[in-house]
Design a protein around this ligand. Structure first.
Ligand code: AMP
Ligand code: ZN
Ligand code: FE
Ligand code: FE
Length: 285
């Protein structure tokens, strides 16, 4: 059983339409795939409608969150929500707020670049996003198109890094509020890539313990952005805190170089997730 619980489609910053995503998941011999676009459930219906026989779909989303350190530093982090009720008012309103913020923030990053003479236009970013939740990978594609950089990776290493002078943060959700909303909507709350240090500062283990106290149920252990010793430590931490340790590729199509099923969730961990009470159930045709 190959289980990949974190992927993106064109509903956010992936490059496969939801129907293509599930077709590729079946072709890659996955048994279970989760669709977890940033701050949206817009890909769910198309993925469900195109679900190949034998493949199980877990509906989810990846929420843009932040943790404020006591010294005032803000750390951005991602929370996966699985099998929640998409019609839960509070969580739906929060997703809408995050998507609106992505638009203003994406535009502000582009404006900063234009002011500095970088050839990029907001119209082209919106065209490339094709109605999906706008993210930095869409801006990166325009930068590649206009030969400012050679690849999306290069764009992230330089102009689009959180340390770049063009960078503008998003209006993220407070992570404790987001955990509460996901749980209230009948979902499972899993901390995505807790130690993805390449993206910026990460929270300490004390904060992960506080998140567990607040209702967090799992953490991603095996993730492409985690070094081997970080994976080992997270597996131990999951045990200590009673959290389910998951694994995923965080597939983004050609916006990243990681294939479906690159990192996976064990059958035992998946069974533990399945044993939790949820508003929705995984779907198999
Ligand atoms: P944003 O959500 O707009 O802040 O952009 C962050 C998104 O870009 C995350 O979903 C990351 O997975 C993705 N990302 C981060 N680094 C890279 C990279 N080097 N290449 C492609 N995508 C990346
Ligand atoms: Zn993404
Ligand atoms: Fe993420
Ligand atoms: Fe992701």
């Amino acid at each position: 059983m190959t289980i990949d619980l974190h992927t993106h489609s064109t509903a956010s910053d992936g490059t496969d339409r939801p129907a293509e995503l599930v077709a590729k998941a079946a072709a890659a011999n996955l048994s279970v795939v989760a669709i977890t676009d940033h701050d949206t459930t817009a890909g769910w219906d198309e993925a469900l409608g195109a679900l190949p026989p034998g493949l199980t779909l877990v509906t989810g989303a990846e929420f843009s969150c932040a943790y404020d350190e006591p010294d005032g530093t803000r750390i951005s982090l991602h929370l996966l929500g699985y099998l929640f009720d998409p019609d839960h008012d509070g969580l739906r309103a929060e997703r809408a707020r995050l998507r609106v913020s992505r638009l203003g923030r994406g535009r502000a990053i582009v404006d900063n670049m234009i002011a500095d003479g970088v050839p990029v236009t907001w119209n082209r970013v919106v065209e490339i996003a094709r109605g999906g939740a706008v993210g930095r990978p869409h801006i990166a594609r325009v930068l590649v198109e206009n030969s400012v950089v050679a690849s999306v990776d290069e764009a992230f290493a330089a102009l689009l890094s959180s340390r770049s002078k063009y960078y503008v943060p998003k209006a993220d959700s407070d992570v404790f509020k987001a955990i509460g909303l996901v749980r209230d909507a009948g979902g499972i709350a899993v901390f995505a890539h807790p130690l993805a240090r390449r993206r910026g500062a990460v929270v300490g283990e004390d904060v992960i313990a506080d998140m567990a106290q607040a209702g967090l149920q799992g953490i991603e252990v095996d993730h492409p952005d985690h070094a081997p010793d970080d994976r080992a430590r997270l597996a131990v931490l999951a045990g200590e805190l009673g959290l389910i340790g998951t694994g995923s590729s965080d597939y983004h199509g050609t916006n990243k170089t990681i294939d479906l099923g690159t990192c996976t969730t064990s059958r035992a961990a998946y069974e533990q997730l399945r044993s939790l009470e949820t508003a929705r159930q995984p779907v198999t045709r």
